[in-house]
Design a protein around this ligand. Structure first.
Ligand SMILES: NC(=O)c1ccc[n+]([C@@H]2O[C@H](COP(=O)([O-])OP(=O)(O)OC[C@H]3O[C@@H](n4cnc5c(N)ncnc54)[C@H](O)[C@@H]3O)[C@@H](O)[C@H]2O)c1
Ligand SMILES: Nc1nc(=O)c(N)c(NC[C@H](O)[C@H](O)[C@H](O)COP(=O)(O)O)[nH]1
Length: 274
């Protein structure tokens, strides 16, 4: 079990309490030696060993929100929970899942939604009250808490579709899309602030990593991305999904390595944008 946070991360993780006016943005992923994050056709590959995976779950607890793109939900069906941190520490909380999904393609069969509905059902039985979303659980503490998935979509998505997804148990947050039909990375801090979230850990996939790494600075001149934490696993994937999609490897920002830590078989690099 790790002592967390490891010394090399101190000062590079979101401060607590967060500054709600300037949410901290961490971008993180796990990659092979040939810079792939998934196998052919996007098939999920377990890259992280137990030690670096545990660190990932610790990192999740250090952020208010965890963000993935809709393709990652469709391909990996992740839970985005913190089951690898000590389960008896009530101060550790799972982050709020946020999914960037311009067209609201979110599959109602997603594990993240069924786990929330199961949790909500069990709390209703216990508490005899209806939980509409995770903000209705003020007394809930600890890693076993499950949070409602919040989906950020385009404000052009028809109301009937939004209602369908909300009836199924998720929260839908409509927002203006950029000229490419995406949620602009630079719009994220304001979205986070409006949702009361002071920090976010962006976990992928490839298109999301690319757009956040390419994003211009914030209005105050500071980089949009505050920290980059990469797990490098000693394996080759060959054909597969790159850290950024093919053709998007130009114009990536220079990174400054702050520290590289060996965690089990993996190297974990902490970098900042210069
Ligand atoms: N190894 C890792 O750490 C890791 C982590 C997560 C995902 N993955 C892998 O990544 C793959 C999925 O990556 P992907 O690129 O296909 O999809 P993705 O998960 O990055 O989602 C992309 C979609 O998000 C939406 N989107 C909204 N705003 C956006 C923005 N600003 N920029 C980009 N997209 C935006 C678009 O609809 C876009 O198609 C899967 O194969 C998964 O296994 C690996
Ligand atoms: N850190 C990390 N190491 C990996 O080897 C790997 N494949 C991912 N990929 C991120 C992936 O898209 C999922 O988010 C989670 O790995 C799924 O795990 P959970 O159900 O959330 O615990 N991330």
């Amino acid at each position: 079990m790790l002592t967390f946070p490891p010394a090399f991360l101190v000062g590079h993780l979101p401060a607590r309490p967060h500054d709600p006016a300037r949410p901290h943005v961490t971008v993180t992923w796990a990659q092979s030696l040939d810079a792939k994050i998934a196998g052919p056709g996007g098939a999920r590959v377990i890259l992280s060993g137990p030690e670096s995976m545990e660190m990932t779950h610790w990192l999740r607890t250090m952020h208010d929100a965890i963000l993935v793109g809709i393709n990652t939900i469709i391909m990996d069906d992740p839970r985005l929970k913190i089951q690898l941190v000590p389960q008896d520490d009530p101060s550790l909380l799972p982050p709020q899942p946020l999914i960037l999904d311009p067209q609201l393609r979110f599959p109602l069969s997603a594990r993240i939604l069924s786990e929330w509905n199961k949790y909500r059902g069990s709390r209703e039985l216990r508490d005899d009250r209806i939980l509409r979303d995770s903000r209705d659980v003020p007394d809930a503490r600890g890693p076993a808490v499950v949070r409602q998935p919040w989906i950020v979509c385009g404000d052009t998505v028809p109301p009937e579709r939004r209602e369908e997804v909300e009836r199924a148990g998720a929260r839908v947050v409509p927002t203006q899309l950029d000229g490419s039909g995406r949620i602009s990375p630079n719009a994220l801090p304001a979205i986070l602030s409006s949702l009361g979230l002071g920090s976010v850990m962006i976990e992928g996939g490839s298109r999301i990593l690319s757009s956040f790494l390419h994003a211009p600075s914030r209005a105050d001149g500071s980089p949009l991305v505050d920290s980059v934490i990469v797990t490098v696993a000693p394996m080759f994937i060959g054909e597969g999904v790159g850290v950024v999609p093919e053709g998007e490897d130009r114009g990536l920002p220079p990174l400054r390595t702050i520290h590289t830590e060996t965690m089990g078989k993996d190297a974990v690099m902490l970098c900042a944008l210069r």
